[in-house]
Design a protein. Structure first.
Length: 245
């Protein structure tokens, strides 16, 4: 797999290349900012399969680069992971909103990056596939292989309408989307925002997304990205609490 690594810091690129080698990715092309990255992509003629980009860069930053990639049919589905020290919820939400496939905050562990890379490539396969016939799921798989944030981000950016159903040992959980916005969530006795956070906690469970199924009720009014960021914040706090105990 050929990777385009975009960062204005030579030292940062060196560190990230080392991590990429540790997860088995050695074919890495470097770019110093978004403009340089676009030129490298043009020179390589579409051979790149993954882009890792910093946020703050002179000339063209990471967000402008993603917007340019998504506006070009040739790179519209190219997996892009933002790797940045900018970890504020608002900025992460902005990255997803312009089409980032995933987001990793520096410093990070190689296991985290490997998992994110696997998730965004599964998303890219979904985006490049043919629409299913009848009521067959547009997407299905296991939450252990496809990250919740990446899945919700994809459905939001793609403005999908439908139901995401997760099969559990004790029953089913679900999210209802309309034009990419979550309108309802349910799991067990929980519903709406509380259920959304509970579903975000799931690490396993077979999921399937049926496109075209409109929400039966609108119990959620918060924006999807703010809802997702709040859920990720809660999970981070819980993880920190577990680590301290």
């Amino acid at each position: 797999m050929k990777v385009l690594l975009v960062d204005d810091s030579g030292l940062s690129r060196k560190v990230q290349k080392k991590v990429l080698r540790e997860v088995g990715l050695e074919d890495v092309v470097e770019a110093k900012n978004g403009l340089d990255a676009l030129q490298k992509l043009k020179d390589l003629g579409g051979a790149v399969e993954l882009v890792l980009t910093d946020w703050n860069m002179p000339g063209m930053d990471g967000l402008k680069l993603i917007e340019s990639l998504r506006a070009d049919p040739a790179t519209a589905n190219l997996p892009v992971i933002v790797i940045s020290s900018e970890g504020e919820e608002e900025k992460i939400a902005k990255a997803f909103a312009v089409g980032a496939s995933s987001y990793v905050t520096k410093p990070f562990k190689k296991e985290v990056l490997a998992r994110k890379i696997e998730a965004v490539h599964r998303i890219a396969q979904i985006e490049g596939g043919r629409p299913p016939a009848g009521d067959r799921p547009l997407i299905e798989g296991d939450l252990g292989q496809l990250g919740f944030a990446e899945l919700v981000g994809f459905l939001n950016f793609s403005r999908k309408t439908g139901e995401l159903i997760v099969s559990l040992e004790t029953g089913e959980a679900g999210l209802a989307f309309e034009e990419g916005e979550v309108r309802d969530a349910w799991i067990g006795r929980f519903a709406s925002e509380e259920a959304f956070v509970s579903i975000a906690r799931l690490r396993h469970g077979h999921f399937r997304f049926h496109e075209g199924r409109k929400p039966r009720t609108n119990r959620i009014t918060a924006g999807t990205m703010s809802l997702l960021m709040e859920a990720m914040k809660v999970l981070d706090e819980e993880a920190q609490g577990d680590g301290a105990s």
